[in-house]
Write a protein that binds this ligand. Structure first.
Ligand code: GDP
Ligand code: IMO
Ligand code: MG
Length: 428
């Protein structure tokens, strides 16, 4: 019963979309289990470039059943917009299945996300402004709206009334915004019901039956380990569980069905939004990584903060997720540096530690301890096996592998599907 989990090892944008696409042709189901349209996955197939937000990247592979799991929060107009955009480009989206238990992002939550950020001022998170945080908060406080509620107008109205009773106080009295009427929200949501209905299913049951038939299910994480609400750099995180545990709760697949956990890490690190980032670069090297790596957000277009590879983070991600395979992406971006610093430990207030600091204060005070590896100048974008890599690039990979706590099974050397060195079969 092979369920395979794929997660980000750092702060997101590691190339999860490309990795999912790479595996797509060999799996029957691809499930998005967390997050919403805060994610942005770029997938390049031949001359076509796709930017996916809410749909699992597996939607691009003919024959795959893409599933939006119960752990996802859905902005329905965005979902339909993405489907229409793909259909216009000839991509078949007819197999998409959406969990009846997934939560819906009502428009008031996108407003609340943005005004809350403004209210936080210098303590803001730097969210994507898509309503993700308020919608997961509603889920936890049990005033959320689920996909299934759209098919029972009476229930929907009651739930929207309940949610707005509280939120209108916040909007009007605290944030000085206009109040929202129950009618406008209910009417808007009901306009989507009929189009959504044929896509909706008990996805946990569907996936359980698929696994019983020995079909392969790939669980594709949005965001990443350090953005996980429990295991990330809280409060500078997203509001869902982006780690492998979230793959189970967000899909209804039990932990005992998971046979492999693949984590994706860049050969350096990027971060979008606020929060601590020990290896962040503020000099020309940071600029160079950003421009060579095209490090601008797929969702918000914001420049990504860039820094050197951080071993304690990779080791932490291996531990928290139970990683069986690491994929290192964007090795090609490091071509041309004379030497490449790699963070092997931190100095926290004069003490050297090799794990992530236990406290937020410790993380903010952590400065990187670097080892310097020799760089390479040869173009590696055409490398297809380890033997094709220059010896210093190979040594860089070996160094990471020895210290990250998991074997490296593939290496990305360019954005295109073929620009990958596969060391170990990820599905066998
Ligand atoms: P995701 O959110 O983890 O799916 O990653 P994003 O799509 O947001 O960002 C990764 C970016 O890197 C995308 O533009 C990819 O096309 C690109 N990419 C992925 N793998 C590689 C690689 O090995 N080399 C290079 N140069 N680009 C890559
Ligand atoms: P993918 O799946 C990078 C960041 C935001 C912000 C924080 C909280 O493409 O890797 P949110 O809107 O989720 O409440 O914002 O999380 N963030 C991401 N950063 N990649 C992502 O997704 C992200 N999704 C959220 O920038 O700092
Ligand atoms: Mg992304």
């Amino acid at each position: 019963m092979p369920a395979i989990v794929l997660v980000g090892a750092q702060w997101g944008d590691e190339g999860k979309g490309k990795a999912t696409d790479l595996l797509g042709s060999r799996v029957e189901y691809v499930v998005k289990f967390n997050g919403g349209n805060n994610a942005g996955h770029t997938v390049i197939i031949g001359k076509e470039k796709y930017a996916l937000h809410l749909l699992p990247s597996g939607i691009l592979t003919p024959g795959v059943v893409p599933v939006i799991g119960n752990g996802v929060v859905i902005d329905i107009p965005v979902l339909f917009g993405e489907i229409d955009g793909l259909n216009a480009r000839g991509v078949d989206t007819s197999r998409l299945v959406v969990s009846a238990n997934a939560h819906v992002i009502p428009s008031y939550n996108s407003i609340l996300d943005r005004v809350t950020e403004r209210f936080l001022g210098s303590r803001k998170i730097g969210t994507t402004g898509r309503g993700i945080g308020p919608t997961y908060a509603d889920k936890m406080t049990r005033v959320g709206i689920r996909v299934q509620d759209l098919f029972d107008e009476k229930i929907l109205r009651q739930k929207v009334e309940g949610a707005l009773a509280l939120k209108n106080h916040l909007l009007v009295k605290v944030y000085n915004r206009r109040s929202i009427t129950v009618d406008e929200v209910v009417e808007e949501l009901l306009t989507h019901a009929e189009r959504l209905r044929p896509m909706v299913a008990d996805t946990a049951l569907l996936l359980s039956e698929a696994l019983a038939r020995n079909e392969v299910v790939l669980l594709e994480g949005g965001q990443a380990t350090l953005l996980d609400v429990d295991h990330g750099t809280y409060p500078f995180v997203t509001s869902s569980n982006a780690t492998s545990g979230g793959a189970c709760t967000g899909s209804g697949i039990p932990p005992t069905a998971v046979t492999r956990v693949i984590a994706i890490a860049k050969a350096y690190i990027t971060r979008v939004g606020e929060g601590p980032f020990p290896t962040e670069l503020f000099d020309e090297d940071g600029e160079k990584l950003r421009s060579i790596g095209a490090e601008f957000g797929t969702t918000t277009g914001r420049p990504r903060r860039c820094g050197w590879f951080d071993i304690p983070i990779a080791r932490y991600a291996s531990r928290i997720n139970g990683v069986t395979d690491l994929i290192i992406t964007k090795l090609d971006v490091l071509t041309g540096w004379e030497q490449i610093p790699v963070c092997v430990a931190y100095d926290v207030d004069g003490e050297r530690i090799s794990e992530l600091p236990m406290t937020q204060t410790g993380f903010h005070h952590a400065t990187p301890v670097y080892e310097y590896l020799p760089g390479w100048t040869e173009d590696i974008s055409n490398a297809r096996s380890l033997d094709d890599l220059p010896s210093n690039a190979r040594a860089y990979i070996d160094f990471l592998e020895q210290r990250c706590g998991a074997p490296i099974s593939a290496i990305g050397v360019g954005p295109e599907r073929e620009q990958t060195i596969v060391i170990r079969d990820l599905l066998s």
